[in-house]
Design a protein around this ligand. Structure first.
Ligand code: N01
Length: 537
């Protein structure tokens, strides 16, 4: 066993453990603590990065900050929240890294984590019921239970533009940003992409860059963050309610401390509706998305009311009519909320500066990258010194398909998921006994999925079960259910990473469960009753 997990060199080449977790982000750390410290298992974690934190270890791009207000975005372990204080409502990456240091100090996480250990293969031996997992640097780990806590953003996506590799300036993908930062002062900067990441990078670079050009394919329907600093006194007072708060966050549709209004948009008069929208806007965060009328994500007309309100608010903040029409067109390019909105602070006002521009690359696509800049279809060369690729991820499935996982018959997971994603509960696969995945990296979801894994392993021990493996039928049923739930919403019509539609050639299907958190938890609880949907050995 390790004495110092952080020092990679001291980790043995051969590891034997009961439980092996891949990934030391929110999910991996949660499971390590619960399985090791509560259930007494021998647990090891393999982590490709150099420290704890998962997405917060990789993402140090300028402006990287969480979009869920604390205390939603933290562990419910009392020994952690009672001893930790945040500086603001939406903390940034550096503070989140300190949070993980604190978690480590309290729970001694690192002693069981091997860093710099990217998984390249895993195979299951039917006879011994043991997984053998190999890492890029030649380590071998054998375990009975294999847990993939790899998050939804483990594989970066790069545009396939001609000449991208010929660029002579500085170019970084958002999740490969240099630790020391990039000094953009006096430089011309291009930000490619306007997902949550692109919005945050652009907002920050606009403060110092000589020129900033945002290359936008689809407008992000951003909502006001309403950031606020927090004193330790006010957090201390709120902590009296934290235990209840963490229970409550499990009862809402999206795992936030708020939920949809139990009225339809048409139930209110236009004046009443306007008042509701105004209030949600003022409160900020995701309220206009996830605490609004319950039909917003289901009904086109209801959705349009939301879009029109959003466009009116945003257009009023942008002076230039051309920029206004690109950033917040009067006609929606997709229904409101069917792509993940970002939270912004002064994203729209910054375009009122003459040196901040936006290029609509849906109308005028990028045709080539040259050593000194980006060429668009209108033959214009946009000369730049720095390119920030905020082009997202092969989300949800990309990381897992990229790890050399093979099933009991040696068939790669990338093959199994070529035409679609087959899993039971989003957590277990036929052909992969005793392997579970924690798909989400949001702390609420991580705890719910993590609890299911802990309960399943505990139940296996209590009932002397050697292995559980999702049945093919359960996978079929789950896939159909996830798509059916999604088909009732407006999500399927929009090209988004939720639908796998951001990656050329990826099957178009809903990758997230659209039934809401309470229903998902019921599915999980039901499945533990006699391991419904699993082959038990
Ligand atoms: O990635 P994205 P992200 N040519 O896929 C564009 C979480 N997150 O890293 O929309 C031109 O959302 C693409 O255009 P389009 C959060 O859950 C959280 O920003 O596909 N453009 C899009 O604008 C989020 O949803 C925080 O038309 C191309 C952008 O690149 C998820 O991570 C912060 C292109 C990619 O946006 C992913 O966000 C950051 C191409 N070939 C992220 N390829 C928090 O605040 C892609 N694009 C917690």
């Amino acid at each position: 066993s390790f004495t110092n997990g952080a020092a990679t060199n001291s980790a043995p080449k051969e590891i034997e453990t009961d439980v092996l977790i891949v990934g030391a982000g929110f999910g991996g750390v949660y499971l390590l603590h619960r399985l090791r410290d509560e259930l007494g298992f021998n647990v090891k974690v393999l982590e490709a990065g150099k420290d704890l934190g998962g997405i917060w270890h990789w993402n140090c791009y300028p402006g990287a900050r969480v979009d869920s207000p604390i205390p939603v975005y933290e562990y419910s372990f009392p020994e952690i929240w009672k001893t930790w204080t945040w500086s603001c409502k939406y903390p940034g990456w550096a503070e989140l890294r300190k949070y993980f240091d604190h978690v480590n100090e309290r729970l001694q996480i690192k002693k069981d984590v091997v860093f710099d250990a990217a998984v390249v293969s895993s195979d299951f031996d039917k006879q011994t019921q043991v997984w053998t997992v190999k890492t890029e640097d030649g380590k071998t780990a054998k375990c009975r239970y294999l847990i993939l806590a790899t998050g939804f953003a483990a594989k970066r996506h790069f545009p396939d533009w001609k000449g991208l590799d010929t660029f002579q300036g500085e170019m970084h993908h958002s999740s490969f940003w240099p630790e020391g930062g990039v000094d953009v002062s006096g430089k011309k900067v291009a930000v490619i992409g306007t997902g949550s990441t692109g919005i945050q990078i652009a907002q920050e670079c606009a403060k110092n860059a000589k020129e900033l050009t945002v290359f936008q394919r689809t407008p992000n329907l951003c909502l006001p963050m309403q950031q606020a600093s927090l004193t330790s006194k006010e957090q201390q007072e709120r902590k009296e309610d934290y235990a209840q708060f963490f229970r409550d966050r499990l009862t809402t549709f999206a795992g936030f401390p708020f939920d949809f209004i139990q009225r339809e948009t048409k139930d209110d008069t236009p004046e009443e509706r306007e008042k509701v929208f105004e209030q949600l806007w003022e409160e900020g965060g995701f309220k206009l998305w996830l605490a609004t009328y319950k039909d917003m994500l289901f009904d086109k007309e209801a959705n349009r009311h939301h879009y029109d309100f959003w466009a009116k608010k945003v257009r009023a903040r942008i002076n230039d009519p051309v920029k206004k029409d690109i950033l917040a067109p009067l006609e929606p390019q997709h229904p409101f909320g069917t792509k993940r909105p970002s939270l912004e602070q002064d994203f729209y006002e910054m375009f009122n500066k003459p040196n901040i521009n936006v290029v609509d690359i849906k109308k005028n696509p990028v045709v080539q990258v040259r050593p000194n800049g980006i060429v668009t279809a209108d033959r214009k060369l946009h000369e730049v010194d720095v390119i920030a690729l905020a082009t997202g991820f092969d989300s949800v499935t990309g990381g897992m398909k990229n790890m050399g996982l093979r099933d009991v018959n040696g068939i790669p997971l990338s093959e199994k998921w070529k035409m679609g994603t087959w899993s039971h509960l989003g957590m277990a696969c036929n052909g992969y006994p005793n392997m579970s995945t924690a798909f989400s990296n949001g702390p609420t979801c991580v705890e719910v999925q993590g609890n299911w894994i802990v309960d399943a392993i505990k139940k296996m021990g209590d009932e002397k079960v050697g292995s559980i493996e999702a049945t093919k039928q359960a996978e079929e049923n789950w896939h159909a259910k996830v798509q059916e739930l999604s088909d009732k919403t407006l999500f399927p019509g929009t090209d988004s990473w939720y639908m796998g539609a951001n990656i050329p050639g990826k099957p178009r299907e809903q990758l997230n469960y659209a039934g809401g958190f309470p229903l998902y938890q019921k599915e999980l609880t039901d499945s533990l009753d006699r391991f419904k949907g699993f082959l038990v050995d």
